[in-house]
Design a protein around this ligand. Structure first.
Ligand SMILES: Nc1ncnc2c1ncn2[C@@H]1O[C@H](COP(=O)(O)OP(=O)(O)O)[C@@H](O)[C@H]1O
Ligand SMILES: [Mg+2]
Length: 445
């Protein structure tokens, strides 16, 4: 058929370069990069938080100290103001009291965004100077108002000798400027974090490539070795097989014992050939991904071919193979590979069904995918073994025998092929009641 493409088994394996990480390492690469970025961003976030806290704390500490000094300075005027509130602006003579305010008058210390209020011992307002803020109830100590952003410090003033309460001085400062400084810092830290994220991503890519490089090299070397070894084994195996076949034909009349030995050699050679072919195909798994090799073709026609081919083998075993196919279902892919996948599934169904069993292959269409179901009424698979059937070299022990001729690689090849075609495969089965394999492939409308 025109759409059948020929595989080149001699193609050298090489890591694909078009994507950031080649396919077997894609998930690992992204995971490593993700983990690296997560750690880097957590460290950056934590340090940003600490820097912000430290800066904000220092900023407000300076502000509060200024308020305390101003309140202390203003407290020297309290007695005068209580006696006559009009004396509010009179400078007061102050003796040196070593309280770090350099004994400057409050008029010198006060700034535009600050206000000073003097109260008597009963908390009644007696005098006021500076900025105009809303009135808040008197509360000794430091008070913080969020809106408008204000910091207030209320100092109880006592008589030096008797410690009797004379009144209170309250100083208030609008902290709009501090808040603006903090907002600028937040923006700075945020932009810094973005830059750090960008640089960390670039560094992460580089580091991940560095870490994966030796792993990738040994993986591809191993893959190459398996591919080369399988390929090299094919020729001598074919020679053994052909020689054994010729010998069997030429010695047909010889002793039965010798014939038996020859049959053993042939069976083993056949089994090894299957194994070597399967290994070769699996090592080429990456080259499955060459989407540029894919063509659009009718899946029903491909399945018809497969069924016609496998019918002979089924018949030989005394098993019936039926098919029920919906026409004109087009999928995009490599027909040779898909043929191989469905032959493997039918081969299993025939192998693991005792005569006179029945196998049904059906093709149905769902809105977005084509579903191929291969159902047999053979020996089945125990439910606890189902999770392992797609593993490489896995075979259910009870049915493992040289006559079955399998390598245990068949289903892992099928799964690789189907997944590469963005499809899905799953199996259901009950021991003694047969098995059903469902393959879904995306449809092209
Ligand atoms: N249709 C089926 N019915 C029962 N068992 C099956 C069927 N298909 C697969 N199996 C089980 O899964 C195992 C793995 O299948 P596969 O990978 O094709 O290897 P094998 O080379 O043995 O056929 C088989 O050995 C068999 O035990
Ligand atoms: Mg098989």
């Amino acid at each position: 058929m025109a759409w059948v493409t020929v595989l080149n088994p001699f193609k050298r394996l090489s890591p694909r370069r078009s994507r950031p990480f080649p396919s077997p390492f894609r998930a690992l690469g992204w995971k490593l990069l993700g983990a690296y970025l997560l750690v880097m961003m957590s460290i950056a976030g934590l340090s940003n938080l600490l820097v912000y806290q430290f800066f904000a704390q220092n900023l407000y500490k300076n502000c509060d100290e200024g308020l305390k000094i101003l309140a202390d300075s203003a407290s020297h005027s309290l007695t005068n103001i209580l006696a006559d509130p009009r004396q509010i602006d009179q400078p007061v003579h102050r003796p040196l009291d070593n309280d770090q305010d350099l004994d400057l008058s409050w008029q010198t210390l006060q700034q535009t965004e600050q206000s000073i209020e003097w109260f008597d011992a009963q908390g009644r307002l007696q005098g006021k100077s500076g900025a105009d803020f809303p009135f808040y109830p008197l509360k000794p100590g430091l008070n913080i108002i969020q809106s408008p952003p204000l910091r207030m410090f209320t100092l109880p003033v006592r008589q030096k000798q008797s410690s009797a309460l004379v009144g209170y001085v309250r100083v208030t400062e609008l902290t709009e400027a501090e808040q603006q400084t903090l907002r600028r810092l937040q923006w700075g830290l945020f932009l810094g974090s973005l830059l750090a994220l960008l640089l960390a991503s670039i560094a992460g890519f580089w580091l991940t490539h560095l870490v994966l490089k030796p792993i990738k090299r040994s993986y591809f070397q191993l893959q190459q070795f398996t591919s080369d070894a399988s390929h090299e084994l094919r020729a001598p195996l074919t020679v053994i097989k052909t020689a054994a076949e010729v010998l069997q034909r030429d010695t047909q009349n010889e002793a039965r014992e010798d014939q038996g030995k020859l049959r053993h050699i042939l069976d083993s050679a056949n089994q090894m050939k299957i194994l070597v072919d399967d290994l070769l195909l699996l090592t080429r798994r990456d080259s499955f991904c060459q989407l540029e090799n894919y063509i659009l073709f009718p899946l029903d026609e491909l399945l018809e071919d497969v069924v016609t081919w496998m019918e002979m083998i089924a018949e030989k075993k005394g098993v019936t193979l039926k098919s029920d196919l919906v026409n004109n279902l087009y999928v995009k892919g490599d027909p040779e590979l898909l043929k191989r996948a469905f032959i493997n599934l039918l081969d299993n169904a025939i192998k693991y069904t005792n005569p006179p069993g029945e196998i049904v292959l059906s093709l149905t269409a769902a809105p977005k995918f084509a579903q191929v179901t291969i159902q047999d009424d053979g020996i089945g698979i125990a439910p606890e073994q189902l999770p392992y059937i797609f593993d490489r070299f896995w075979q259910a022990c009870a049915v493992r025998s040289p006559q079955q001729g399998g390598s245990g690689l068949g289903l892992s090849i099928v799964k690789s092929i189907i997944q590469t075609h963005r499809g899905q495969i799953d199996a259901t089965s009950q021991l003694g009641k047969g098995a059903t394999f469902k393959v879904k492939l995306p449809l092209v409308s």
